[in-house]
Write a protein that binds this ligand. Structure first.
Ligand code: CTP
Ligand code: MG
Length: 266
């Protein structure tokens, strides 16, 4: 695990040192996206409508508890703490109970938070939330509820890179394992690890780039991340450093890991 001192504080206190935000607007080469630098609000879409099948039987994953609070509450608490974030829109499990439960959870949190019913795929959940964003949101982040312990500094770094002129931004980490391609149980190739990155969220976009990417996306071949849809349009995607604690809670083992991270923060 990382020993980054910035990650020691919990989501309730936040870890915003202001460093990322202070180097944002107005710095860096003009790449033609200057329109989003100094105006427009930042919205974060939180896809939280998944079932959590790999976590095992139980409630939808975003509503399962970690240290006494649902994963979604951990994730949204950090987002509303971020100085650069103005609005959070959660794509809830689409049942009436799912939407009502998320509304109830968000009512206890500060900040401007809203709920929409999610869809059958992550891509559809993001699309449905995107369609509800107010006109004045020029920067849009998409952040998995399942990355419940993502430090606020990662959020600020992604916003800063969009403000700096990137149309699409993703946090990434180097890949620690050797990675091989296989056919059945036989190895066909060893992939050059040095060129690979593991991709996290929040991913950040100018609103027009994300809207174009979703408009062009094939709903029958849903993508697992939004930057993939931008790449499919042939548009550039910039990387910023991710964080070990932004890992996605997918399996029961990940919950054990998340509990250990939380204990260390407290
Ligand atoms: N998600 C969503 N709508 C869906 C499917 C997924 O909003 N129809 C969200 C999940 O709630 C999660 C994020 O997308 O926050 C990443 O998806 P994943 O980790 O795959 O979560 P689940 O789909 O819930 O898990 P599983 O695939 O194990 O069922
Ligand atoms: Mg899934």
């Amino acid at each position: 695990m990382s020993t980054d001192p910035a990650a020691e504080a919990g989501p309730a206190t936040g870890t915003d040192t202001g460093a990322a935000a202070d180097t944002g607007p107005g710095i860096g080469p003009d790449t033609g996206a200057g329109a989003v630098r100094d105006r427009g609000r930042v919205a974060v879409i939180v896809p939280a409508a998944g079932k959590g099948e790999r976590l095992g039987p139980g409630a939808p994953k975003a509503l399962r508890e970690l240290g006494g609070f649902p994963l979604l509450v951990h994730a949204v608490r950090t987002l509303v703490t971020a100085r650069s974030v103005d609005l959070v829109v959660v794509a809830a499990p689409p049942s009436a109970e799912g939407v009502a439960e998320v509304q109830r959870l968000l009512a206890d949190l500060p900040g401007d938070t809203r709920v929409v019913a999610g869809g059958d795929t992550r891509q559809e959940s993001v699309s449905l939330a995107l369609a509800t964003l107010p006109e004045d949101c020029d920067v849009v982040l998409v952040h998995d509820a399942a990355r419940a312990l993502t430090p606020v500094d990662v959020v600020e770094a992604v916003v800063a890179a969009v403000r700096d002129g990137a149309g699409a931004v993703i946090p990434v980490l180097p890949v620690a394992d050797t990675v091989k391609a296989v056919d059945g149980d036989l190895v066909t190739a060893t992939v050059d690890r040095s060129t690979l990155r593991a991709v996290q969220t929040p991913q950040g976009f100018t609103r027009d780039v994300l809207a174009k990417a979703h408009a062009a996306a094939d709903p029958t071949l849903p993508a697992t991340d939004d930057a993939g849809l931008v790449e499919a349009l042939g548009l550039p995607v910039r990387t910023v450093p991710g964080h070990a604690e932004a890992f996605k809670i997918t399996t029961p083992f990940d919950l054990v890991l998340a509990e250990a991270v939380l204990r260390r923060r407290r």
